[in-house]
Design a protein around this ligand. Structure first.
Ligand code: T3D
Length: 264
């Protein structure tokens, strides 16, 4: 499906969302945010999709909010109309990325700024091209931060570093991102597409039910005491323990052959 500002394709159980506004560095205008939210909801609900990939066309992953459209809104609309985008678009986009029952891979092909960086931080795996970078650009345009990065960034790099990156708005190269834990992996630009495809394929042919349960468990544990996290883990172990994937994987282990997962 190709729609305003993005393209969504499903191939071999991998749902790929590609931002397609390269001239604006894939900045998020209203139409793109609407399409992104609807597309992510569809991919989340589709049992045939076992991994979701986010990426961009051209030299950017995503430069965050479209500032041209934003300025038009500041000049010609009410503050209420302009700022509806956070609760009505950015927040539900962040939540569907965080809660979907399947792994999310950010294929960061180039610069990721503002809410574009926040989207990448919501992924489980971030593969960066060597020429890619992150810029927490919010304070540079006099804004706080959104799309979940006050929650994800401190968990990825610690509160001190998160504050330093948000307050300075400086550019973090792919090499630095790897050292900080913002990148899972950095690959040479010419190997990027093949490596992303390889990682997405591995996630899409893995134990999808277990992957979903792991995401839920880690997300749940972030805000509760240990005893509650242990209780939730027990529920998820019972759920995944009843799966066909678990049964066939332990049989495969005992038979000394590789497991084959169906996602059920
Ligand atoms: O409603 C709300 O606003 C609430 C939500 C806010 C969430 C946010 O995301 S706030 C943060 C918004 N994003 C930014 O502040 C980033 C702005 N962009 C930049 O700082 C730089 O462009 C980059 C660091 C990303 C890349 O720099 P560089 O030098 O490689 O490229 P450039 O020359 O600055 O940009 C190239 C083109 O993309 C240029 O257009 P032109 O002159 O060739 O016609 C530039 O205007 C355009 N562009 C880049 N970012 C945006 C953008 N156009 C619209 N919106 C953008 N965010």
């Amino acid at each position: 499906m190709t729609t305003a500002g993005l393209r969504i394709e499903v191939t071999d159980a991998v749902g790929t969302v590609t931002f397609t506004r390269p001239k604006a560095l894939n900045a998020l205008d209203d139409a793109t945010k609407t399409a992104l939210l609807a597309g992510l909801r569809e991919l989340a609900a589709d049992d045939g999709v076992r991994c979701v990939v986010l990426t961009g066309t051209g030299r950017a992953f995503c430069a965050g909010q479209d500032l041209r459209e934003h300025v038009e809104g500041l000049l010609h609309s009410s503050a209420e109309a302009v700022w509806r985008t956070v609760p009505e678009q950015y927040n539900p986009i962040a939540l569907v990325l965080h809660t979907m029952d399947k792994p999310v891979l950010a294929a960061v092909n180039g610069v990721a700024a503002g809410a574009g960086a926040s989207l990448a931080f919501l992924a489980d795996v971030r593969v960066l091209a060597a020429s890619a970078s992150f810029t927490l650009a919010f304070a540079g345009v006099g804004l706080s931060c959104d799309t979940g990065c006050s929650w994800t960034l401190p968990r990825l790099v610690g509160a001190g570093r998160a504050l330093e990156l948000l307050l300075s708005g400086r550019t973090v190269s792919a090499a630095e991102a790897l050292g900080l834990g913002l990148a899972t992996e950095v690959v040479p630009d010419e190997e990027f597409a093949a490596r992303v495809a390889e990682r997405a394929r591995a996630l899409a042919t893995g134990p999808s039910l277990a992957y979903g349960a792991i995401r839920q468990a880690v997300g749940y544990a972030a805000g509760v005491p240990l005893a509650a996290a242990l209780g939730f883990e027990a529920e998820q172990m019972r759920r995944t323990g009843a799966s066909a994937d678990h049964r066939s994987a332990v049989e495969a282990f005992l038979a000394k052959r590789p497991p084959e997962f169906t996602g059920r």
